[in-house]
Design a protein around this ligand. Structure first.
Ligand SMILES: [Zn+2]
Length: 307
């Protein structure tokens, strides 16, 4: 049985996969035991159709065809990831930087910089067997978006009750330090915001999740949410796709006709999961959030039709 060395990740998806999914020997070895497929053998090393690549284990989008390039190395090469999709961590060899799916922890490959292949000067060298290609026009079954709206305990608690939400996780995003701890973020010096990862079923329009986000916190407060003061409590939508960005901007513009909206809309960066004891906080304690509740603002004061 494989073991994950890094307790940072919640690996329930990966573990479920090993128990339940019908993966080939090679897929298991690469995704869960960090093996590497032989060069020039994978399905996608010489493949340049338009579309996106999702994680073969959990199904979340990882890479886009517009970031794929010919490197000649024998594995699929990308010079960028879907925002917030991957985690970089030191390889056991002490030299390279390993790439894993930021959500499920499946091993993807390695990332190299300074080789000069493209303007971004970055090469994600990814195993084909860790990926599944979806041609342009085919929607992934699930996607993720990240919301910061004050204390993440309450935000997570409310998103768990939202239609279409498949999973949530609390953590940190938007700052300048790696592997931040809760204590470090509380000092307000890391730049990170308390953030909730929301994995959702794409049968649900992400616009509904964005509206819900605005309804469960006071988006007019700057660097504050109720009793919690500090930049770590700021209001942010961290998008992972162009669709999410456009819908977030549309709704913010609509609300701005009536309110002074403090929420910023930013491209997702690395999501750092918070310590285990912060996950599902209100489920564990049986308490209810002290600072978050839902109030209906769409469809009443504001017309719901946005077209
Ligand atoms: Zn994954």
């Amino acid at each position: 049985m494989f073991q994950f060395s890094n307790s940072l990740f919640h690996m329930k998806e990966a573990f479920k996969a090993v128990e339940n999914k019908d993966f080939s020997e090679l897929e298991r070895k690469v995704m869960f035991e960090k093996a590497t497929e032989l060069p020039f053998t994978g399905e996608y090393y010489d493949f340049f159709e338009e579309g996106i690549y999702v994680c073969k284990n959990c199904g979340l989008p990882l890479y886009r065809s517009q970031d794929k390039f010919h490197s000649g190395c024998g594995w699929p090469s990308f010079d960028d990831e879907v925002p917030g999709a991957v985690l970089r961590q030191p390889d056991k060899d002490g030299v390279r930087t390993e790439l894993v799916c930021g959500y499920c922890g499946a091993h993807l490959g390695h990332v190299f910089t300074g080789e000069g292949f493209t303007k971004k000067d970055t090469r994600h060298c990814v195993n084909s067997v860790s990926l599944k290609f979806l041609p342009k026009g085919q929607k992934p079954e699930k996607e993720q978006i990240f919301f910061a709206a004050g204390c993440f305990w309450g935000v997570e608690h409310l998103f768990k009750q939202c239609e279409g939400v498949l999973d949530t996780q609390v953590g940190f995003m938007g700052g300048h330090t790696d592997h931040p701890t809760y204590e470090e973020v509380c000092t307000g010096t890391t730049g990170h915001a308390e953030t909730v990862r929301v994995v959702y079923d794409t049968k649900v329009d992400v616009e509904n999740l964005i509206k819900y986000f605005f309804e469960i916190h006071d988006f007019t407060q700057v660097n504050r949410q109720g009793p919690d003061w500090g930049k770590q409590y700021r209001s942010v939508i961290f998008y992972t796709s162009e669709e999410q960005k456009q819908k977030a901007e549309k709704i913010k513009a609509l609300l701005s006709q009536k309110y002074k909206v403090a929420t910023s809309i930013e491209k997702a960066s690395t999501f750092w999961p918070a310590e285990d004891y912060h996950q599902d906080h209100y489920d564990k304690t049986g308490k209810t959030p002290y600072c978050h509740y839902r109030r209906a603002i769409f469809g009443k004061d504001i017309p719901i039709s946005l077209d």
